[in-house]
Design a protein around this ligand. Structure first.
Ligand SMILES: CC(C)(COP(=O)(O)OP(=O)(O)OC[C@H]1O[C@@H](n2cnc3c(N)ncnc32)[C@H](O)[C@@H]1OP(=O)(O)O)[C@@H](O)C(=O)NCCC(=O)NCCS
Length: 358
């Protein structure tokens, strides 16, 4: 047991620290987690388009010469209701088991040392632990659409996240029975599979951003880094074009969950959700059906997006311990304080590293 008076020091990661930091990752995480973190490391932290010249948004603590804790993140361009700034997604946070319960990060004032006005992330830690490092947090529940109830029914008792198996099963039954509403008028929008994003998505993003919302800026530099360049996953990406203009996009991913083929709507943006999201969803669902997907899940906070998803057969899933969106807004930025409420954010599963852990 180390003595309690050993004072930790805070360090900002530089590329020269990589070997030592990755050794720490191997030591403190189970092998599958460390393998994933190492395979994503350079892409996620060093090659992120908004990494500052000062270096990646990765901090660590030393006690003496020993690296004892790591907090990793990456920069994001944020639109905070009319104010553009760079923020940070804060992902991994770990303290070496021999150094836990010393409240080191709060004691050292690590948050006060950050140069970003806004930090965001996702957490499954109990709210009081998140609050102990001054982060606010709000639960977020997924939306689900059943495509094939057969495999789902066989697995329903194993689904750890369902609060009420009966509620989920009857909801599944209702959704299967109800015919999905068709899009009435797609007004000549054409949905195509895309391999990369071009500058037209920057224009779409600027056109649809809401002066009352906070959101990650989905420009082509960010989206191409986040999806097609990710080293350890493959995404299906769709764009909706109307004449030469891009009016929406959808990023989806197929995976395996409890032995079932599973679909995820990772990210989306649309000029008009009621009109454009169903057109994008219809094409994604065809791909999912071809891939024999049992169910599709997503996260969405935007009311117009949720409305379009509900009309397309998605329904919210109650969960006993939902994931929490966590956020820190510097106290010296009262102009951003209204974004402490999750309902003021445009969020999807693609934001931060919610989906990067799979
Ligand atoms: C979460 C973690 C970084 C906190 O670091 P720490 O230096 O121990 O933090 P603190 O000293 O402020 O103590 C945190 C408190 O939260 C509690 N806590 C930590 N993880 C917890 C969990 N998963 N469930 C319930 N309580 C938890 C600790 O027991 C402690 O309680 P106490 O105040 O009553 O003693 C550390 O516990 C850790 O490395 N956990 C494993 C990795 C992890 O879960 N990271 C978070 C997700 S990225």
């Amino acid at each position: 047991m180390k003595s309690m008076d050993e004072t930790p020091t805070l360090h900002r990661y530089r590329i020269e620290d990589r070997a030592e930091v990755l050794d720490f990752v191997r030591e403190v995480y189970p092998a599958p987690v460390s393998a994933r973190m190492i395979s994503q490391w350079t892409w996620k932290h060093e090659a992120n388009p908004y990494t500052w010249p000062a270096g990646p948004a990765v901090d660590f603590l030393r006690v003496g010469n020993k690296l004892v804790s790591l907090a990793t993140g990456f920069r994001l361009r944020l639109w905070m209701g009319g104010i553009e700034c760079l923020g940070e997604n804060r992902g991994t946070w770990i303290v070496h088991p021999e150094y836990r319960r010393r409240n080191m990060w709060a004691r050292i004032g690590a948050l006060q040392a950050t140069d970003s006005p806004v930090l965001i992330g996702w957490s499954r830690l109990p709210p009081r632990v998140v609050a102990s490092v001054e982060f606010g947090n709000d639960p977020l529940r997924p939306l689900l659409r059943i495509l094939d109830a057969g495999p789902l029914a066989a697995h329903i008792t194993q689904l750890p996240s369902f609060a009420s198996i009966g509620a989920a099963a009857s909801a599944a039954g209702r959704m299967i029975a109800r015919p999905f509403r068709r899009t009435r008028d797609r007004r000549n929008g054409v949905v195509t599979r895309i391999e990369a994003f071009d500058e037209r998505v920057d224009e779409l993003c600027a056109r649809v951003r809401n002066p009352e919302q906070a959101t990650v800026v989905r420009d082509h530099r960010y989206l191409n880094w986040r999806y097609p360049q990710r080293p350890d996953a493959t995404y299906l990406m769709f764009g909706l074009e109307r004449a030469a203009r891009l009016d929406g996009f959808l990023v989806a991913r197929m995976s395996t969950y409890l032995g079932m083929r599973w679909g995820n709507l990772i990210d989306f943006l649309a000029a008009d959700y009621a009109r454009d999201l169903p057109a994008l969803l219809a094409v994604a669902m065809e791909e999912f059906r071809r891939g024999q997907v049992a169910a599709v899940s997503c996260y969405a906070t935007d009311l117009a997006a949720r409305g379009a998803l509900f009309r397309s057969g998605f329904f919210p899933i109650p969960q006993r311990k939902p994931i929490r969106f966590v956020h820190f807004i510097r106290p010296d930025r009262p102009d951003l304080a209204k974004f402490k409420a999750v309902k003021a954010w445009y969020l999807t599963m693609g934001d931060g590293d919610l989906e990067l852990a799979s």
